[in-house]
Ligand binder design. Structure first.
Ligand SMILES: Cc1ncc(COP(=O)(O)O)c(C=O)c1O
Ligand SMILES: Nc1ccccc1C(=O)C[C@H](N)C(=O)O
Length: 421
């Protein structure tokens, strides 16, 4: 149904009800002022134009109100994180009480493992996908060591089969069959950063729970991209960042999900801080820690309002576009990219991301035979912002909020000419 022509791409943009959202973003330009083809929202999402207004509002309140800004102003700072909760809960398919925006991704992952990884002498192993993002692997390994467990013994890798790039659910079942009684936690990236493969969250959770394991997901590449329904998966916890598909700016805060069945679970270990304490008595000081019910109870510190303002701006943009509309466009846009790559009929490139739209988000990972980073450098010089992940993959992620069919078409033309040069 797709066609390999600029005219066709332009026609798709003209018919796209979400096309005007591109104008709501700052699109990076080259030195001559021409827009770059930005396909890197899987690393750092672009800046919505309204972000500066949202941040300015808080700067103005701070200038005019000083400390009174905590309780006065349009968006008082004491409850500021609550202004994000409802929209964020929609993005990850959770109940508002299950979601909180706080800290950053790896920090939240550690906090969650403090609570949901409580190894015993016999049940202590952790399963991760073999190509998990390094930070996740470091976090998991250091948690094992913290409990006196050698990662060589405690870490089980869910690996692709020999000669393949993607993981099979059946192989995870096999791992559980063989080691389930020794496994305490399954910690899986919902969408893998390298291959772009999205895993079946509900099936994984049910599998883990059937062996009495805790199950957690890293949605760094899932939030704002695929449409997870975290509550229904039954996962115990999840963490994610907001600077990729959620366009909240470099190093911005992370999100955290704790399933409602743990809302008042006093058997869980917890590293506590005053922002997780009962709001009614937080300022009475000298009270013993009294955890807020739900995800909010895991907060530590009073949060950075300026970053939260950027998240609020981004979530308002998402809400305006409507997540279902975005996902629909995303499937088509990535499908178009896939079609154009296939049309090249070039044996030196291979899409390693799953072909089934239900098993991926917007990213396609293109493996390039015998290439090095030089190829990626040439693409960058040609005006394409994508990224290179060692050893041999170019990742491109057309984000439905600001990327167009024309972007995707120009990318394929530029890749073609770089490959032929
Ligand atoms: C899957 C995954 N985990 C962890 C991280 C690290 O996140 P942070 O630096 O916010 O802790 C990233 C991205 O940087 C990621 O993609
Ligand atoms: N936060 C960053 C800061 C600097 C450089 C990259 C990142 C990324 O987010 C990388 C991303 N997690 C990835 O999937 O490769």
């Amino acid at each position: 149904m797709f066609q390999n022509s600029l005219e066709y791409a332009k026609k798709q943009d003209a018919e796209d009800a979400l096309a005007s959202f591109r104008n709501k973003f700052h699109i990076p330009k080259n030195a001559s002022g021409e827009e770059l083809i930005y396909l890197c929202g899987n690393s750092l999402g672009l800046q919505p134009k309204i972000t500066s207004e949202y941040i300015k509002e808080e700067l103005t309140d701070w200038a005019n109100l000083g400390v009174e800004g905590h309780v006065e102003g349009n968006h008082p700072w004491l409850p500021y994180h609550e202004f994000l909760t409802e929209n964020m809960a929609k993005i990850v398919g959770a109940k508002p009480s299950e979601v909180v925006v706080m800290n950053t991704l790896t920090t939240n992952l550690h906090l969650m493992m403090v609570s949901f990884y409580q190894p015993t002498k016999t049940k202590y192993k952790i399963v991760v996908e073999s190509d998990a993002f390094p930070s996740d692997k470091y976090a998991v390994e250091s948690q094992l060591k913290f409990h006196g467990i050698d990662p060589k013994d405690g870490l089980i890798l869910w690996k692709p089969r020999k000669g393949e790039e993607l993981c099979h659910f059946e192989d995870l079942e096999e791992i559980m069959k063989n080691h389930g009684n020794k496994i305490a936690l399954l910690m899986i990236g919902s969408t893998n950063y390298y291959t772009g493969q999205s895993f079946p969250l509900k099936k994984i959770t049910e599998l883990g729970h059937s062996y009495n394991c805790m199950v957690g997901f890293d949605l760094a590449h899932g939030a704002g991209n695929i449409q997870p329904i975290l509550h229904e998966t039954g996962a115990d916890f999840a963490v994610w960042c907001t600077y990729k598909y959620l366009n909240s700016g470099p190093g911005s805060l992370g999100g955290c999900f704790v399933h409602e069945r743990h809302a008042n679970n006093e058997n869980l270990n917890r590293f506590a801080g005053w922002w997780g304490h009962n709001k009614k008595t937080r300022f009475n000081m000298r009270h013993e820690f009294d955890a807020l019910p739900g995800a909010e109870g895991w907060q530590l510190s009073n949060p950075p309002i300026l970053s939260m303002a950027a998240i609020r701006a981004s979530l308002d943009t998402f809400a305006e576009a409507g997540f279902e509309n975005l996902r629909k466009k995303s499937e088509k846009l990535t499908g178009y990219l896939e079609f154009l790559l296939d049309e090249m009929k070039n044996d030196s490139i291979k899409i390693i991301t799953p072909r089934n739209p239900e098993e991926r988000g917007c990213q396609l990972s293109i493996q390039v035979k015998n290439a090095d980073k030089g190829l990626h450098t040439k693409l960058t010089k040609a005006g394409v912002i994508s990224d290179w992940r060692e050893p041999d993959v170019i990742r491109v992620a057309p984000a439905p909020l600001y990327n167009s069919f024309e972007d995707v078409f120009h990318f394929s033309e530029k890749l073609k000419s770089v490959l032929n040069s």
